[in-house]
Structures are given as structure tokens and as C-alpha cells.
Design a protein around this ligand. Structure first.
Ligand SMILES: Nc1nc2c(c(=O)[nH]1)N[C@H]1C(S)=C(S)[C@@H](COP(=O)(O)OP(=O)(O)OC[C@H]3O[C@@H](n4cnc5c(=O)[nH]c(N)nc54)[C@H](O)[C@@H]3O)O[C@H]1N2
Ligand SMILES: Nc1nc2c(c(=O)[nH]1)N[C@H]1C(S)=C(S)[C@@H](COP(=O)(O)OP(=O)(O)OC[C@H]3O[C@@H](n4cnc5c(=O)[nH]c(N)nc54)[C@H](O)[C@@H]3O)O[C@H]1N2
Ligand SMILES: [Mo]
Length: 760
């Protein structure tokens, strides 16, 4: 037993005080300069009433109701052996009768920190041992970007990897234009577990530097006060038009860097023709963009004037591409960075996500974090993550994605472990209809989430604190021991053991476990980590020493990198992995295989549901649904920390006072937010920090529907639209959503999601 017990979550590392088998308290990791209070909720959440206490099965499923009552039914507790028999039996039956593609095991979701017990990896690994499953590709975070960027710049590093160094920005930068800001709340988390929250230091360094920071967003709070940021408010989903107008001004005034354009890109002139109006007769001038963005033309022109000759970093939050045609704004930003000659320079160019997660401009630690291998999936069919409801509702149909046609098989069994689609997906009333289609839904969960409530068989899973693991992230310097603090709560079992026992019943136990138990796997993983480090000349201790010390810190590497820096230096010798070897401002692949409306260069495409739409006459407010400040998605939603940020148990809707006054709404009032897809409740905060016509409600509240009418809770995904960003990226379009708001004067309905479902 180590002297100090340690663990980690996606919101940071911590130490644990345990006495008599109980977790008494949690203290921050001693090397975390800015720990989040969210670690403090672990003692209450570990034994929360909302833990799934025992295996359960839905009564209607036992009676063969075909799924109609999913989400409204009661459950029956059953012994573990019986539950495992039922699940193994269902899997065997579905495989035999319909084939493995009828099992949907994509299981999107963040699961927990720790690489051995990563639930989503484990469900994939298990299902692969029995012949595979219909899978999911990309993610909700930056699915459009990660699919699209390889076509344009030959890889997705600019959205998914370590970005151009923060040090370079502070040292060399003149301007930092942040579309969607760099919000403090988003730096609370990093996937996998990590040692250091860097936001306060990073933002202080930026504030003290000579860099001029421009916060381009409908919500001023996307950059904190006190660091001298300028706020450039605009309508949501209109950023591409602003960027195009800046580029048009640069070209119209002969201020572009012609040498850089020729050296680094192809097809720029076709885009220039479009910007200058030579294609459709409309020049994309500041006046043109003013009508779309709501920013006065002279302000756009003034910003454009400030760009040439300066070291400019153009960055956008991931949220901007979680919108209809979200690919276009990233492409337009890349093209402007090319036109200004900034690509690949320290502190300049483009990079996506400084405002989206902890420490994106960190040194290149490349901390090795091998997980368990998933194995090969013989089914070979994967849908883009956000097409899940389409697939369930349209068996035999298909979608277009990244130049291919993806078929939708008829799904008979859904297996979800480590994700919460009734948190993450759009248009939840539609998802609910979709979830009622298959024969069986199996969910492994620690908590009674909305997804668990929509399952037929729910198996209780341990949290990270009830097992041993290793955590870490490639962007953080710490490898972290995650010690088991307490025995499993209730009848919870580790996902690993659940799958091993299911594999046993299906004849694949040895393939799944490879003969290793938990500690044998951790020793094996550590040996791999140590080996990889030693090949880089980094000496890590043996497993027992690491386990006792509780963490290993990577040496500080070179801290002066820039996205596409090497390419810029030697574009001939180090071409990009695009057909032309250069940045494709005109991309034949996109022209041929993308949306029919896509000519092959960045283009302004109407986002359909936005303030410029006809629908705005009926639903005149654009709803933004950002990440929540007091939790990770739906995780820890019922904790005291999350609840402390609520009004009457409901999430807080940020609204401009003028919009509120026009509707007779006062500060602190309860409101109903609604559109043609659904309705939910929230408490109102009034502020001039958000522009008129735009409101903001964070994600992560439970989903507690009264039929398809009101969500008694505050889940914004009852309102959002379920449509891909485009036929190319098929990311989710959560940020393109129009609604109306009215005062809710009725007594507040009690939340059923505050307690486990009946029978559980
Ligand atoms: N409207 C709108 N919707 C959005 C977004 C948005 O901006 N707007 N953002 C999207 C984005 S970027 C994302 S990433 C998604 C996030 O969506 P999800 O990743 O699905 O959300 P989480 O709440 O993190 O769900 C993880 C679930 O795993 C469970 N879990 C944790 N550890 C374990 C474990 O060890 N075993 C098992 N079996 N379960 C475990 C947790 O209890 C939790 O229910 O949401 C997306 N949805
Ligand atoms: N505390 C906390 N942090 C998190 C998470 C969490 O759940 N909790 N989730 C993590 C995950 S999974 C992800 S993917 C990242 C996501 O990171 P982001 O996508 O960057 O996060 P969001 O909060 O959705 O959006 C950031 C801001 O973009 C602005 N915005 C929205 N639409 C537009 C637009 O059209 N134009 C402009 N200019 N601005 C717009 C909103 O005002 C919003 O506050 O966050 C991560 N960080
Ligand atoms: Mo995400």
C-alpha cells in the first residue's frame, strides 16, 4: 500500500485521505499550481444516492414490450450472475441471428481518466473478441475539423495536438485574435488525467506581454476581465464572413504576402476571385460582412488595416466548427493566415483550440500514454459519431462522409459504457425515439444518467477511485499513479472484470485478458512506457518505485514550436500530406466530394438556423450551448459544486437585459426555452456581457422529459438540431439553434432525475 494515496480525473490529479475504508477528503496534487474545486466533490459523489447500486433489468424488457417504455419504465434488481447470463445470451442471439454489425458498440464518451480502465476502449476490445460491432469515428469535440483539416493541411494537429507554443505567442506575437475567446472554464479539464492547470499563468503571461488580444465572440466572458482584451461582439455562426471580409480588404489593398501565398499554398487565386466578387458578383467586403455579422463595416476595416506586417495568431475555439458548415470558418482562417504570410511563424499563423482545453500551447511533452489495444474489428463499418440517431431511425439508409458513403445497418443491440448520449447528442426527443427501436440496450454506468434510464439492462461500474490505474495526457508533464482508495461501492464491478466474465461466457476470456489481471496489466503498461521513454533518453523508475512515489515528471522539452513551422522552413523538402504537398486553398477533393454547395475553396454558406434565417421571425434568439463551468459535461452534475451554480435547481441562462425586458423577464426568474423540437427550464441571469438576440445555456443538465413536451430539467440538447456540419465532416451542429424564451410562472415540477428510477 503506497504511503500517500493518489488518483486523477479529467479535471486534475489529487491525493486522498482514507480511514476505515471511507474516503474522508481529497487534497490537490502538490504540483498543480491551480487545482479546481471540482476535485473536492469526490467524497460525496463516491457514495452518492445516484450510484447504480446493483445490476437491474427493465420490467417491460422482461415482458417483451419491444422497447416502447424505455426511459419511463421501472427496473428489477437481479443478481450479477443472472445479469451476465442475460447480456451474454443477448449478444450471442443477436450475433447468430443478424450478425455482428447489428451490435452498436461505438459507445462515444469521455469515460474516466486512467488508461487501463478506460470504459470505451474496453467495450471495443471486448466486442472485437466476439467478432466486432458497428463502430463510431471522430468525436463531438472537433469532428468536423479533424476530418476536414487533413484535406487542407495534410493532418489534424492544428486542432488535436499540441498547438504553437504559448511562449512563442507571448514573445513574438503582436496580435492574438481569438474567435470564441479563450475561456477560463474550458481549461479545467484535459482528457486522461493531468498534473497542472495552467490557465491563470498562461492568461497572466499573455496579459503582461505586448500582444493585443481580441476576443471575437457574442459572449464577452469568453476572455476574463482585467487583461486588457478588446471585445469584438458578433452574431454566432457568422465568423467565416468576418474572416472573409478581412481577407478581401487585405487583397483589395494589395497588402497580401504574395511570396508566402505562392510558396505555401495552391489555389489561392480561385478563392481571391470569389472574395473579389468575380465569381458571384458579390465582393466579400466589410460592408457585406457587416450585414451578416452585425459588426459595423468601419470596425471590420479598422481591424483589417491592423493586420499586414504584424505577427498575427488567428485562433478559433472548437465550438465554432460545432455548427452548420463549421468547416468553412477554419478554412477561411487558414487562408487569411496564408495571405498574411503568418503560417508556421513563432507566435503567428493559425491553430485551433487555445480556448478549448487545458494547456494547448504547452511544451511538446509527448508523454507516452498507451492504453489497452482495442484489437481489430472484423465488421469494418463505422458511422460518424453524431449520426447515431439517423442510423437507428433509418436502417438500410446511409450518409455521406469524407468522400464515402457510410451504410446504416439495422441495429438490434446497443452497448454503451463510458458515455452519455442523452447528454451529448442533439435533439434528444428524436434520440429517445431512436433508442426505442433496437431489441436491447445495455448500459454500464457508475451513476443513474439519462442514458442508463433509457436502457434495458444496467450494470453498475466502479469509479476510478475503486480500482488501480495509470493516468496522464500527452500535453501534461505528469504520469500519474491512480491508487484504489476504497472497495467497490454497492455491487459495482470494474468494467474490465465485467467484460472478462462476459467473454468467459462467450468463449473469449483469454483473448480479452491475455492472461493478465489489473496489476499485471499496469506493470505491463508501465514497462511499455518506460521502454518508450528510455528510447528518448529519459530514465523512468521501475514500476514499484513509480507506484510508491505516485507520479513521474517528464523533463521540460523544447518550448518553441509552431504549427507547420517545419513546412514553412522547407516546403519543398517537407511537403504536407495533401495531394499538392501544400496548403489547399482550392481543394479538388472538397469540390468533388464535399457538399454540393461547396465550390472547393472557403465559402460563406448560410448556417440555416441562425439569426439571419427566416425562422428567426418565429424563434428570434440564437441559443449557444457551451461547456459547463462547474463540471465535465454531465459528470458530477448532482454534486454540491455543480448545484451551487444553479437557480432553483436549474441551470443558468445568460440573457441580455433588453431581450429579457421585451419578454417581461427579470433577473432570477424561471423561464421556459422552447422551439419546434422541445422545451426546457432555466433560471435567468441578466448581463450586457452577451449581445442582444443571443442567449447561452451550458450543457450537462439531466434530461427529464414529460413525453416530448417539457424537459423538467435544463438540458439544452432538447432544443439543438441533429444535423451534420456538412457531408464532408459530419460533425455535430449543436451551436446552430434558434429558440424563444418565456417566463415560467407555474410551480417548478420536481426532478425525477434527483433519485434513481423506480425499482433500482
Ligand atoms: N449542445 C451541445 N452538446 C454537446 C456539446 C456542446 O458543446 N453543445 N459538446 C459535445 C462534446 S464536445 C462532447 S465531448 C460530448 C461529451 O459527452 P460525454 O462524453 O458522453 O459526456 P460525459 O458526461 O463525460 O459522459 C461520460 C459518462 O461516462 C460515465 N463513466 C465515467 N467513468 C466510467 C467508468 O469507469 N465506467 C463506465 N462504465 N462509465 C463511466 C460517466 O458517469 C458519464 O455518464 O458532449 C457533446 N454535446
Ligand atoms: N469546465 C469544463 N471544461 C471543458 C469541458 C467541460 O465539460 N467542462 N469540456 C471539454 C470538451 S469535451 C471540449 S470538446 C472543449 C470544448 O471547447 P470549446 O468548443 O471551445 O467550448 P465551448 O464552451 O463550447 O465554446 C467556447 C465559446 O465559444 C463561443 N461561441 C459559440 N459559438 C460561437 C460562434 O459561432 N462564434 C464565436 N465567435 N463564438 C462562439 C461561446 O460563447 C463559448 O463560450 O471544452 C473542454 N473543457
Ligand atoms: Mo468534447
Amino acid at each position: 500500500m503506497p504511503r500517500v494515496l493518489r488518483s486523477a480525473s479529467h479535471w486534475g490529479a489529487f491525493r486522498m485521505q482514507v480511514s476505515e475504508g471511507r474516503l474522508e477528503s481529497v487534497a490537490p496534487f502538490e504540483h498543480d499550481p491551480n487545482p479546481t474545486p471540482l476535485i473536492g466533490v469526490w467524497p460525496e459523489m463516491l457514495t452518492s444516492d445516484l450510484r447504480v447500486a446493483a445490476p437491474v433489468v427493465r420490467r417491460g424488457w422482461l415482458e417483451g414490450d419491444g422497447g416502447a417504455a424505455r426511459g419511463e419504465d421501472e427496473f428489477v434488481r437481479i443478481p450479477w450472475d443472472h445479469a451476465l447470463e442475460l447480456v451474454a445470451g443477448e449478444l450471442a442471439h443477436v450475433r447468430r441471428t443478424w450478425g455482428n454489425q447489428a451490435i452498436f458498440g461505438g459507445s462515444y464518451g469521455w469515460s474516466s481518466a486512467g488508461r487501463l480502465h478506460h470504459a470505451r476502449t474496453l467495450v471495443h476490445r471486448f466486442l472485437n473478441t466476439i467478432g466486432g460491432f458497428t463502430a463510431q469515428v471522430t468525436n463531438y469535440s472537433f469532428g468536423a475539423g479533424m476530418t476536414f483539416l487533413p484535406r487542407i493541411v495534410g493532418g489534424a494537429d492544428a486542432v488535436s495536438a499540441t498547438l504553437s507554443s504559448w511562449r512563442g505567442i507571448c514573445e513574438h506575437g503582436d496580435l492574438f485574435i481569438a474567435f470564441g475567446g479563450i475561456a477560463a472554464k474550458n481549461w479545467e479539464v484535459l482528457s486522461g488525467g493531468f498534473g497542472q492547470h495552467r490557465y491563470p499563468d498562461a492568461i497572466r503571461d499573455l496579459g503582461r506581454s505586448k500582444v493585443r488580444l481580441i476576443n471575437v465572440t457574442p459572449n464577452r466572458r469568453d476572455v476574463p476581465e482585467g487583461i486588457g482584451a478588446e471585445w469584438l461582439p458578433l452574431r454566432p455562426n457568422a465568423d467565416a464572413a468576418l474572416v472573409m471580409a478581412l481577407t478581401q480588404w487585405v487583397l483589395a489593398n494589395g497588402q497580401e504576402d504574395r511570396a508566402a501565398i505562392d510558396r505555401l499554398s495552391v489555389g489561392f487565386d480561385r478563392y481571391a476571385d470569389y472574395l473579389m466578387g468575380r465569381v458571384d458578383g458579390v465582393a466579400k467586403t466589410p460592408q457585406w460582412a457587416a450585414a451578416i455579422t452585425g459588426i459595423p463595416a468601419d470596425r471590420i476595416e479598422a481591424l483589417a488595416r491592423d493586420l499586414p506586417g504584424k505577427r498575427v495568431m488567428l485562433t478559433a475555439a472548437w465550438s465554432l466548427q460545432r455548427a452548420r458548415h463549421g468547416e468553412q470558418v477554419y478554412w477561411a482562417i487558414i487562408a487569411l493566415a496564408v495571405a498574411l504570410g503568418q503560417v508556421g511563424l513563432p507566435g503567428g499563423g493559425f491553430a485551433f483550440g487555445y480556448g478549448s482545453i487545458n494547456a494547448p500551447g504547452n511544451p511538446l511533452y509527448a508523454t507516452p500514454m498507451p492504453g489497452l489495444p482495442e484489437g481489430a474489428n472484423p465488421v469494418g463499418n463505422a458511422i460518424p459519431v453524431a449520426r447515431v440517431a439517423d442510423m437507428l431511425l433509418e436502417p438500410g439508409g446511409s450518409c455521406r462522409y469524407n468522400g464515402a458513403v457510410i451504410p446504416y445497418p439495422e441495429i438490434q443491440l446497443i452497448y454503451w459504457a463510458g458515455g452519455n448520449p442523452f447528454h451529448h447528442h442533439q435533439d434528444l426527443n428524436r434520440l429517445r425515439r431512436a433508442f426505442r427501436r433496437p431489441r436491447t440496450v445495455v448500459v454500464q454506468e457508475c451513476y443513474w444518467t439519462s442514458t442508463a434510464r433509457h436502457a434495458d439492462i444496467v450494470l453498475p461500474a466502479t469509479t476510478a477511485l475503486e480500482r488501480n490505474d495509470i493516468g496522464g495526457s500527452s500535453r501534461d508533464p505528469f504520469l500519474l499513479a491512480m491508487h484504489q482508495a476504497v472497495a467497490p461501492v454497492g455491487e459495482a464491478r470494474n468494467d474490465f472484470d465485467i467484460f472478462a466474465d462476459l467473454a468467459e461466457r462467450l468463449g473469449t476470456r483469454d483473448v480479452f485478458t491475455e492472461g493478465r489481471d489489473e496489476m499485471a496489466w499496469l506493470r505491463h503498461m508501465w514497462a511499455g512506457i518506460r521502454d518508450r521513454l528510455s528510447r528518448r533518453g529519459i530514465a523512468a523508475p521501475d514500476f514499484d518505485t513509480f507506484w510508491e512515489e505516485g507520479f513521474f515528471r517528464m523533463p521540460e522539452p523544447e518550448d518553441d514550436h509552431a504549427i507547420l513551422g517545419r513546412f514553412r522552413a522547407e516546403p519543398e523538402r517537407l511537403p504536407l500530406a495533401t495531394p499538392s504537398g501544400r496548403i489547399e486553398i482550392f481543394c479538388p477533393f472538397v469540390a468533388e466530394k464535399g457538399d454540393p454547395a461547396q465550390p472547393g475553396h472557403p465559402v460563406w454558406l448560410d448556417p440555416e438556423e441562425w439569426l439571419g434565417a427566416d425562422l428567426a421571425a418565429r424563434y428570434p434568439l440564437h441559443l449557444l450551448t457551451p461547456q459547463p463551468p462547474r463540471r465535465l459535461h454531465s459528470q458530477m452534475e448532482s454534486s454540491s459544486h455543480s448545484r451551487a451554480g444553479r437557480i432553483n435547481g436549474r441551470e443558468v441562462l445568460l440573457m441580455h437585459p433588453a431581450d429579457a425586458a421585451a419578454r417581461g423577464i427579470g433577473a432570477g426568474d424561471m423561464v421556459r426555452i422552447f422551439n419546434g423540437r422541445g422545451a426546457c427550464l432555466a433560471g435567468v441571469e441578466l448581463s450586457g456581457d452577451i449581445i442582444p438576440g443571443v442567449i447561452s445555456l451550458p450543457t450537462g443538465a439531466s434530461f427529464d422529459p414529460e413525453g416530448e413536451g417539457l424537459d423538467r430539467s435544463s438540458n439544452p440538447n432538447v432544443l439543438t438540431r441533429d444535423i451534420g456540419t456538412s457531408d464532408l465532416g459530419q460533425g455535430c451542429s449543436a451551436q446552430s439553434c434558434l429558440v424563444e424564451v418565456e417566463r415560467f410562472a407555474d410551480p417548478l415540477p420536481p426532478l425525477r432525475t434527483d433519485a434513481p428510477p423506480p425499482g433500482a
